[in-house]
Design a protein around this ligand. Structure first.
Ligand SMILES: Cc1cc2nc3c(=O)[nH]c(=O)nc-3n(C[C@H](O)[C@H](O)[C@H](O)COP(=O)(O)O)c2cc1C
Ligand code: SF4
Length: 653
């Protein structure tokens, strides 16, 4: 069965591995490990992807050298004691007839932190400064280079001993092997630098050492950025030549092509490209590599639709499709596509919020749409309700919708009420911000699940005490969301002050010179600034944070700031709104307390986040019925918390 995607669901031999289809889980950090070791949570997380039908699962980066841990908690393959952890992982993946490969990794000058907060010495080919990490590495002595080559081989040997099917050497994203390849970061004049062959030597030696220390049944692949995008980066021509030369060695079983490099912020967002960027963006680069090599090619980057994946394989641009976020959002993506249920897939919207957003804050991987990801153990044993209840839900935003689906799945009889004429809550507005149209995808899947479960949905129905008394439900869920928060300030009546919703709903009278007072430092001010600047207005953003968008995931914020810069938007950091007097807005520096004036302002936009719509909750205080509040009506936060709380309530009620 191929669900209409015959190429995607055809088998392929990759070195000694036989893969049942062309869908691969590409390597990604989970933060589910502890002390550098795998945990049950990690194994459950990866096993869920294998159970979902992916033919091959790739671990995240595994440290080959204790001196060069990407960060303190990075998973290590430096000691034999890890073999038993990886054996459990291999068993869990093989149980689903999927293959598992481990990413062998050395960061070079891409160290993100020492064990105790102090900064370690970073070792790299040459003492070339790293713009992002603000460090200058120490050039590796030749003896250390040879030693590190051997550490890659030792890592491969341990993985094989654990029953892992293969290894993928991470030469992508500007990490150590890529630092050897690039003339910008490799300034050596010994046998490891200079000519193309000398710069390639490190990777060749690694491949040779892993092959020498493992058997013929162990697969070996290479991950590389088809283009690194940065100033000091590898360009696509050289990458094609590197792959062509390595392929001729007959050492590598696959080439996994992706995008971006980590050491420059302007190139790093291409690694995990945000909403609004081109889907399938690494495919042209993968096609160039594919034309130059015989080994199978994997392509990864913003692939989230089965039809696109089928086309990539059918057209021969790549042999395998790698996905990360698509399979975090829906681990059942392959099974659903294969069964002809592509419309049931919960499509990743590239918001970057709970996957790489969590990762950058040091927390475990998850998904705003699918909170079960990364919490497989918490949600493993959800049982049908023993006592089916009649549940009335007030508010059909993401929280109410998710609670409705989760409760209905367990056998409860749910009625979902929405005061507005459409379900969706604040997502309906959030999706109107420039470049954020995909955010509406949060609703697509929830609405489908509501329809499939036959949940009674009443729009234009405001829930109040009288309605509850008339309906007599066993439980009420209040998910009434929030509304724009408007601060009090001196001179409010002297200036046109609008909230973001008024602008997004259309029809507001916005002048030509706009100041956005940005308390929230979230998506809103960035989006409103872009919207108004594109309409030809002069826009300033006075934010109370160190940068506008401080609360927005890094790889979403940075390209947005770049666009706003190019549109001429001005940023004024560390300022709070104090007052207004006609065309003058009074601000206060939040650190020094000094007054700062912004003159010539026609319209003030108040980006102050939300206040809780909690009237109904208060009204029900003394009602003799089970009442639960979830999402923004408790405390305004984001869609992530709304959906998580909706799920947690739905499985507990
Ligand atoms: C949370 C997260 C962690 C990642 N960690 C790794 C990693 O350990 N190794 C790696 O090669 N790539 C890593 N990546 C990059 C992904 O492999 C992939 O190339 C990228 O997410 C783009 O694919 P996607 O659009 O399907 O998510 C990570 C991505 C995410 C979202
Ligand atoms: S949090 Fe957003 S980007 Fe990450 S997997 Fe979920 S939908 Fe995709």
């Amino acid at each position: 069965m191929s669900g209409g995607f015959p190429h995607l669901f055809s088998p392929l031999a990759v070195g000694p591995m036989r893969l049942g289809n062309r869908v691969v889980v590409s390597g990604h950090g989970s933060k589910l490990q502890k002390g550098g070791r795998l945990t049950e949570a990690y194994i459950a997380y990866q096993a869920a992807r294998a159970a979902g039908g992916a033919a091959m699962v790739t671990t995240e980066i595994l440290m080959v050298d204790e001196r060069a841990r990407y960060n303190a908690n990075s998973i290590v393959v430096t000691r034999d004691e890890i073999i038993e952890d990886f054996a459990r992982l291999a068993g869990a993946i093989h149980a689903h007839d999927s293959r598992i490969v481990g990413q062998l990794f050395h960061p070079g000058f891409e160290l993100t932190g020492g064990d105790d907060g102090s900064i370690r010495v970073a070792w790299a080919p040459s003492a070339v400064a790293n713009e992002r990490r603000k460090l200058v590495p120490r050039p590796m002595p030749a003896a250390m280079i040879e030693e590190v080559v051997g550490l890659f081989g030792d890592g491969g040997r341990r993985l094989e001993a654990a029953g892992i099917d293969g290894a993928e050497v991470v030469a992508s994203h500007g990490y150590l092997p890529a630092q050897f390849l690039s003339e910008a970061t490799n300034r050596r004049d010994d046998r490891w630098g200079g000519s193309f062959d000398n710069r390639l030597r490190f990777l060749r030696e690694i491949g040779r050492d892993i092959r020498a220390k493992t058997g013929p049944g162990f697969a070996l692949g290479l991950r590389i950025s088809g283009s690194e995008h940065g100033l000091d980066a590898l360009g696509d021509d050289i990458v094609v030549e590197v792959c062509r030369a390595l392929d001729a060695d007959n050492v590598w079983d696959w080439f996994s092509v992706t995008l971006g490099a980590s050491a420059e912020l302007g190139a790093a967002d291409a690694i995990i490209a945000p909403m609004g960027s081109e889907p399938n963006h690494a495919v042209p680069l993968a096609a160039r590599v594919k034309a130059a090599v015989d080994a199978p090619v994997i392509v990864t980057g913003r692939i989230n639709q089965p039809a696109a994946a089928e086309e990539i394989v059918a057209s021969g641009q790549a042999d395998l499709v790698g996905m990360v976020r698509g399979l975090i959002a829906d681990p059942q993506w392959p099974n659903k596509a294969r069964a002809g249920r592509a419309d049931d897939i919960r499509v990743c919207i590239a918001c970057n919020q709970a996957c790489i957003g969590h990762n950058h804050k040091g927390f475990a991987v998850s998904c705003i749409q699918n909170p079960v990801s990364g919490r497989e153990i918490e949600f493993r044993d959800v049982a049908p309700a023993t006592d089916a209840k009649r549940i009335l839900i007030a508010g059909a935003g993401p929280a109410g919708m998710k609670a409705a689906v989760a409760a209905a799945e367990r056998g409860h009889r749910v009625t979902l009420c929405e005061a507005d004429e459409r379900i969706g809550g604040q997502v309906l507005l959030a999706q109107l911000l420039p470049g954020r149209g995909e955010f509406g995808g949060v609703l697509t899947n929830l609405a489908r699940e509501i329809a499939q479960r036959g949940i009674e949905t009443r729009t234009r129905t405001r829930v109040d005490r009288a309605l509850i008394e008339a309906e007599g439900p066993d439980a009420v869920v209040v998910a009434t969301g929030g509304a724009p928060r408007r601060p009090a300030f001196e001179g409010d009546d002297t200036i046109t002050a609008l909230d973001p919703w008024q602008i997004l709903q259309g029809g507001a009278n916005v002048g030509g010179r706009v100041l956005i007072a940005d308390w929230a430092a979230d998506w809103t001010a960035l989006g409103i600034a872009e919207l108004l600047a594109r309409e030809g207005r002069h826009v300033r953003v006075a934010t109370s944070a160190s940068t506008a968008g401080e609360m927005v995931p890094l790889y979403t914020r940075n390209p947005w700031l770049a666009r706003l810069h190019d549109l001429g938007v001005e940023f004024l950091p560390y300022l709070r709104l104090f007052g207004a007097d006609g065309e003058t807005v009074y601000l206060q520096h939040i650190l020094s307390g000094a007054a700062v004036l912004a003159e010539d302002v026609d319209t003030l936009v108040l980006s102050y986040g939300q206040r809780a719509n909690d009237n109904l909750l208060a009204d029900l205080d003394d009602l003799d019925v089970e009442v639960h509040g979830i999402g923004d009506c408790l405390a305004p936060r984001t869609a992530e918390e709304a959906i998580l709380e909706g799920l947690r309530l739905g499985v507990a009620i």
